[in-house]
Design a protein around this ligand. Structure first.
Ligand SMILES: C[S@@+](CC[C@H](N)C(=O)[O-])C[C@H]1O[C@@H](n2cnc3c(N)ncnc32)[C@H](O)[C@@H]1O
Length: 260
């Protein structure tokens, strides 16, 4: 159980970055974060990053992919502080703005972004339908929503294995199905909706992560974070690999366009 006031506190940020790379609080590092935007023109665009975490993606979007400006929003103070620091260290404070926000409507004017991006954060936002409406509103006509998120394969009661996994994560997950996302995006007015199942990719990656946690990295990580913490992470990864193997846990890339 995480007793901190934050879900992503300093300890969790440090552990996840050890596992996933500096500034990344989701799997796959820069390569997977960039794949979410495959085929979209990013150069010169104004981008909103929902759930920006500790900021490596915002830096990547500007420095490596040529975005004109990134606004990163997140609900947790420690990750916002880390992201702000990272943008400054990269010399990009003028092109990256990090804002701590409260959950709910997005406090931006209509049509203020070319791309709304998100990586594995919408899982924390229960009302996918309201979010789709808000994302549509703040995109300029012709703009794109491009996200990665952790989905569940169906909208029925999660299997006992999935329930055990969600409980082990202890991260306020609210997972929805591909069907529900598709319907939410369509109802909001989006066109060119595309969903790509990333389960086959993450199933393999997660197995490697578990092998690192239990094998090559166990001693070092236990010394750094404590044996109890690392054993709890291993239990979570075991629960997760089971539902990745069954296909019930199915991370997806989501793509949709506001009509021009
Ligand atoms: C798994 S982390 C991913 C962070 C980052 N996108 C990455 O890939 O490294 C999920 C992030 O979503 C943030 N989050 C949770 N609820 C949110 C909300 N309602 N709006 C914006 N961000 C939220 C969390 O604080 C956390 O930083």
């Amino acid at each position: 159980m995480n007793d901190s006031e934050f879900l992503y506190d300093e300890l969790h940020i440090a552990f996840l970055e050890d596992l996933w790379g500096e500034g990344f609080l989701s799997p796959g590092g820069a390569a997977e974060a960039a794949r979410v935007l495959d085929g979209l023109e990013v150069t010169g665009k104004r981008i909103l990053d929902i759930g920006c975490g500790s900021g490596a993606i915002a830096v990547m979007l500007v420095r490596d992919l040529g975005a004109a400006h990134v606004t990163g929003i997140d609900v947790e103070a420690p990750v916002c502080a880390a992201a702000t620091r990272r943008a400054a260290e990269a010399g990009l404070s003028g092109r990256i703005a990090i804002r701590e926000v409260t959950p709910g409507p997005l406090a931006f004017s209509d049509a203020s972004f070319d791309i709304v991006y998100s990586k594995d954060s919408i899982i924390h936002i229960p009302d996918k339908e309201a979010l789709a409406v808000e994302v549509f509103r703040i995109l300029r006509p012709g703009g794109w929503f491009a996200a990665s998120d952790w989905l569940i394969a169906h909208d029925d009661t999660p299997s006992p294995e999935m329930q055990a996994y969600i409980a082990a994560e202890d991260l306020d997950f609210t997972m929805a199905s591909p069907d529900r996302y598709r319907r939410a995006l369509a109802a909001a007015g989006f066109v060119n909706i595309g969903l790509r199942n990333r389960n086959p990719w993450y199933r393999d990656v997660a197995r490697d992560e578990l092998a690192r946690l239990t094998g090559s990295d166990y001693t070092n990580l236990s010394e750094t974070y404590g044996t109890e913490f690392i054993n709890a992470q291993i239990a979570t990864w075991r629960a997760m690999t089971a539902v990745l193997d069954s296909g019930e846990h199915c991370p997806h890339h989501l793509r949709a366009q506001r009509p021009a």
